[in-house]
Write a protein that binds this ligand. Structure first.
Ligand code: FE2
Ligand code: FE2
Length: 182
């Protein structure tokens, strides 16, 4: 998958979790445990804020900007989506806090915010994979790509972040199981 493999791998995992989320949410009306809403919200927030977005912002976007291969408008679009996703996920985690004791209106609101996250995140991933990644792969000087790949890897191995990898993977696998319970 090339130098951006780490980011594409994150995207594949996110899409699987979003598929599960969108299939699971209608089951709330049939009595599914709303506690899972909080698990989806907390996973998506942690994965994006602490694992995926820092790699894009601090490595990919920073490299494109430094090399002059990225106009401000595109960079702003990515940053704007990231900020919007962070705001929605903050709202979703707040709404789903102690969700088992929440009234129906709060459960519905938390579900609606998570569906908004799913829709925005799907569009955002498509934008990155069809516009941003091809710019990096097509326009960055050949010598820059191996360094970019090393920097992405270094961020994943950074002790301030690496401890998150296993728990995030574990929570994602547990959430994906919800699809099997259909
Ligand atoms: Fe992104
Ligand atoms: Fe991304």
């Amino acid at each position: 998958m090339g130098p951006l493999a780490a980011l594409r791998r994150d995207h594949r995992l996110l899409i699987s979790v979003l598929d599960t989320l969108e299939q699971w949410i209608p089951r709330l009306a049939q009595g599914a445990n709303p506690a899972h809403l909080a698990r989806f919200a907390r996973f998506l927030r942690a994965f994006l804020e602490n694992w995926h977005q820092p790699k894009e912002e601090q490595v990919l976007i920073a490299t494109l900007e430094r090399e002059g291969r990225y106009d401000t408008e595109l960079s702003d679009l990515v940053t704007k989506d990231h900020e919007e996703l962070r705001a929605l996920l903050r709202e979703a985690t707040l709404l789903s806090d102690d969700i088992v004791a929440a009234n129906d209106a709060r459960i519905e609101r938390a579900a609606a915010v998570l569906l908004q996250v799913a829709s925005l995140l799907r569009h955002h991933i498509e934008f990155e994979e069809t516009v941003v990644f091809p710019i990096a792969e097509g326009e960055l000087p050949a010598g820059v790509m191996p360094q970019l790949e090393r920097s992405l890897r270094a961020m994943e191995l950074d002790p301030r972040r690496s401890f998150l990898a296993a728990p995030l993977k574990q929570v994602a696998s547990a959430l994906l199981q919800l699809q099997a319970c259909a």
